[in-house]
Design a protein around this ligand. Structure first.
Ligand SMILES: [Zn+2]
Length: 216
C-alpha cells in the first residue's frame, strides 16, 4: 500500500482509525466511517455539484471517470473501434463518477475492485496466494474491471441516485488493479491543484444530510 502513490485530494481526506482515507460518499456515524455502504445524500451532493465521489473536490470540464465491473467492461470491449466512442451505457448505474487519478487509485487499492476474488463488504485484503491469474480467463477475457472515461453523465434522484453515462472516451481494462500503477503516476502528475473539499463532504454527517435535503 505504501508504494502506491496517493492523489493529493485523497491524501487530504478524513482517515479512519487505521489511517485509511475515507471516501466522500462514505457515511459517518458516531465518529466512525461505515465502509459497507454508500450515502445516497452524499452521492446526490456530488452529482449536483459535479464533485468527485472519492475526494469530494470539483470535477473540471472534460471527461469524468468511473470504475466498471467485469460484465460491463466486457460489454464495452466488444465494440469495435468505429462503435467505441458511440458506446453509451444505456443501463443506469448507482456508481458515481470521479477524477481520473482518483478512480485509478480506487481500482488499485480497493479490494473489491482490484481483486477478482474479493467481494464487497469483505474489507480484508485477499492474500496474493489465493489468486491465480488463469482462473479468471474465459468469457470475460481475464478482465476483472476497467477504468473508463465518459464525456458526460446525467442522473436521476429517487431512493437512490442513478447515473447514465455517455460518450465513451477511454477504456483501461485490467485483471489486477496494479496494472495501472504507471497510469496512476501519470494522472497524479497531470492533476491540477484542487480547491479543498467542502465541510459537507467531510466527516460531519448532519452537514452532508442538510446539503442533500436542499437539493432533494
Ligand atoms: Zn477526486
Amino acid at each position: 500500500m505504501d508504494e502506491i502513490p496517493m492523489p493529493a485530494p485523497v491524501a487530504e481526506r478524513p482517515r479512519d482509525a487505521r489511517g485509511y482515507p475515507v471516501l466522500a460518499i462514505t457515511p459517518w456515524s458516531d465518529g466512525k466511517p461505515d465502509f459497507a455502504v454508500t450515502s445516497t445524500a452524499r452521492i446526490l451532493v456530488c452529482a449536483v455539484e459535479r464533485r468527485c465521489s472519492i475526494c469530494g473536490t470539483p470535477l473540471r470540464k472534460g471527461p469524468v471517470w468511473r470504475v466498471v465491473a467485469a460484465e460491463e467492461a466486457a460489454a464495452i470491449s466488444v465494440h469495435d473501434n468505429a462503435a467505441y466512442t458511440n458506446y453509451a451505457n444505456t443501463a443506469q448505474t448507482v456508481e458515481p463518477p470521479g477524477h481520473h487519478a482518483c478512480m485509478l487509485y480506487a481500482a488499485i487499492v480497493c479490494p473489491y475492485l482490484a481483486r477478482p476474488t474479493a467481494r464487497r463488504g469483505n474489507d480484508a485484503l485477499v492474500p496474493e496466494a489465493e489468486f491465480r491469474r488463469g482462473e479468471v480467463h474465459g468469457s470475460l477475457d481475464g478482465m476483472t474491471g476497467a477504468v473508463v472515461a465518459f464525456d458526460t453523465y446525467e442522473f436521476e434522484a429517487g431512493e437512490t441516485v442513478r447515473f447514465r453515462f455517455s460518450g465513451l472516451r477511454e477504456f483501461l481494462p485490467y485483471t489486477l488493479g496494479d496494472e495501472h500503477l504507471v497510469a496512476l503516476r501519470d494522472a497524479i502528475a497531470a492533476q491540477p491543484t484542487a480547491e479543498p473539499c467542502p465541510p459537507w463532504l467531510l466527516d460531519d454527517e448532519s452537514s452532508a444530510e442538510r446539503r442533500a435535503a436542499g437539493y432533494a
